[in-house]
Unconditional design. Structure first.
Length: 179
């Protein structure tokens, strides 16, 4: 059986203006002190693919325009709404006042495993992804409504943060697109 690979122009994706105008999924990304410019760019590209509402870049996380972010974002810094905030704690407080749930993606003593996220209410949620070495800072974890963990079965203790984002975002997106 032949299964023809599609060319880019055959994918029928929305253009930049249509993307900006379309209703976004109820997902927000918060990057907590991400140091790798390539990881930041990958977050933008993944956020575009999954129609995420906004990215908050907190602490030392670099901001566009930046050639190294652009290298992996491939233009997604132009399509995804973003904002830089010095204090992740202040941002969390603000989002919670607006009714947004906060979930840190981390390994702690008491987590919700990713396969069990259907127990989390279906409302706007901000997902916090932490520094490549130190993870999400403890104060942000303490203010989170949930801590979500990706089960792992190998010898390594973690996934690359941008890989982690793709896995987690897809699971949350499925809750919105599968009825």
């Amino acid at each position: 059986m032949e299964n023809k690979k599609l060319k880019l122009w055959e994918l029928e994706r929305v253009n930049e203006q249509e993307f900006k105008a379309q209703t976004k999924f109820s997902l927000i990304i918060i990057l907590d002190d991400i140091r790798s410019l390539n990881n930041i760019g990958t977050f933008f590209r993944t956020a575009d693919a999954f129609n995420v509402e906004k990215i908050y870049l907190c602490g030392i996380t670099a901001t566009p325009p930046n050639k190294d972010i652009h290298k992996t974002a491939l233009g997604a810094t132009e399509t995804i709404a973003w904002e830089h905030r010095e204090s992740i704690v202040d941002l969390i407080d603000e989002l919670k006042k607006e009714g947004t749930l906060i979930a840190s993606i981390e390994q702690t003593e008491d987590t919700t495993l990713l396969q069990n996220i259907n127990s989390i209410p279906k409302q706007k949620i901000a997902l916090i992804f932490g520094n490549e070495v130190n993870g999400v800072n403890q104060e942000a974890i303490n203010k989170s409504d949930y801590v979500i963990e990706i089960p792992q079965f190998g010898t390594k203790h973690s996934l690359n943060v941008s890989v982690c984002a793709g896995v987690v975002l897809w699971e949350f997106l499925k809750r919105e697109i599968v009825k």
